[in-house]
Design a protein around this ligand. Structure first.
Ligand code: UDP
Length: 315
């Protein structure tokens, strides 16, 4: 049987590179496209030279041409951590809007299945807790996070429009906070910040009073959920994340404890529009995909800490 061909935009990023690994393991050919503004060749260097893998350094906000048959398109290109999209506001808006348009255009042209990487950020600072897919969200369109949130909301709208108007075979995954190897140490997110601070015995910076909550999913669990969604017939958005919720203060304490660090927690100003709570309702993923996360936080943190240790002290 002929191998399926998958295009992964943002394929050199944290999630994109894990996805490339998984699709190759499933016996597909993978075309990885990334302009490396937040992605890194280091994430995919182990794939260079493999017969079934090609990489294009390309900005997907421009017309995308891929020769030959394409079976799947997974649109993961975007700056995704709050400090990245604050630094790159226009690029973030463009890749979520124009980039999604180009990737959908390629899907239509190739008659390929399309999967959009959406986000829990589309729920904004949520008034419904935990967040179910039916909730429409509470987003400040002109706030600093609006560039990411609104681009992803537009991306979902465009994906459903291509599905309804052009019959494109689409999927939408709403990704909640995810962590694991290949996260960037300096991407500004809570987990890499806390882990690198704790490993260096520096102050651990908790923003605000630390009572805001998040729910962290280990990357292997997330990729399994996304793969199941890709292979399903579900066109509506599906939350994928780990429902185990924790305050940021407790999370910082947990990281310090697991590392056995001498770090102290210090409090810094809470960024504007920082969501107060976040927890996925994963009933839909459970019912429709038979999926739930398997890796608990302690287990996942240990693997991730080992990765960061190597990054910090051996490279
Ligand atoms: N946060 C923190 N210290 C840091 C980085 C982040 O306390 O050094 C907080 C941040 O304000 C938010 C939570 O941790 O409440 C998770 O932030 P992250 O940047 O990981 O992603 P978000 O879930 O906000 O998209």
């Amino acid at each position: 049987m002929k191998k399926k061909v998958a295009v992964v935009t943002g394929g050199a990023g944290f999630l994109g590179s894990h996805l490339c690994d998984r699709l190759l393991k499933e016996g597909m050919k993978v075309v990885c496209v990334d302009n490396l503004i937040t992605g890194s060749l280091k994430n995919i260097e182990h794939l260079f030279g493999k017969e079934d893998f090609v990489f294009f350094n390309y900005d997907v906000t421009n017309f995308i041409h891929v020769p030959g048959i394409v079976d799947y398109i997974l649109h993961f290109a975007s700056p995704a951590s709050p400090i990245d999209y604050l630094k790159l506001p226009i690029q973030t808006l463009k890749v979520g809007s124009l980039g999604t348009h180009k990737a959908l255009g390629l899907a239509k042209e190739k008659n390929a299945r399309f999967l959009l990487a959406s986000t829990s950020e589309i729920y904004g600072d949520p008034e419904i807790h935990p967040q179910r897919e039916e909730y429409w969200g509470n987003v400040n369109p002109i706030g600093p996070r609006g560039v990411y949130d609104e681009a992803k909301r537009f991306g979902e709208a465009l994906t459903m429009a291509y599905h309804r108007a052009h019959g494109v075979d689409t999927r939408i995954v709403r990704i909640f906070n995810t962590y694991g190897p290949r996260m960037r140490l300096n991407d500004g997110r809570a987990l890499p910040a806390f882990v690198s601070q704790a490993l260096k015995n520096e102050d651990v910076t908790v923003f605000g009073d630390g009572s805001q909550t998040r729910s962290f999913c280990y990357v292997d669990d997330l990729i399994e959920g996304i793969f199941r969604l890709l292979m399903s017939e579900v066109h509506e958005p599906v939350n994928i994340g780990n429902p185990s919720e924790i305050t940021i203060e407790r999370f910082a304490e947990e990281v310090i404890k697991i590392i056995g660090s001498k770090s102290k927690i210090v409090h810094k100003e809470l960024p504007q529009d920082d969501p107060k709570v976040r927890q996925p309702d994963i009933s839909k993923a459970k019912n429709l995909l038979g999926w739930e996360p398997k890796v608990n936080r302690e287990e996942g943190l240990k693997i991730t800490i080992d990765y960061f240790k190597k990054e910090l002290f051996e490279n």
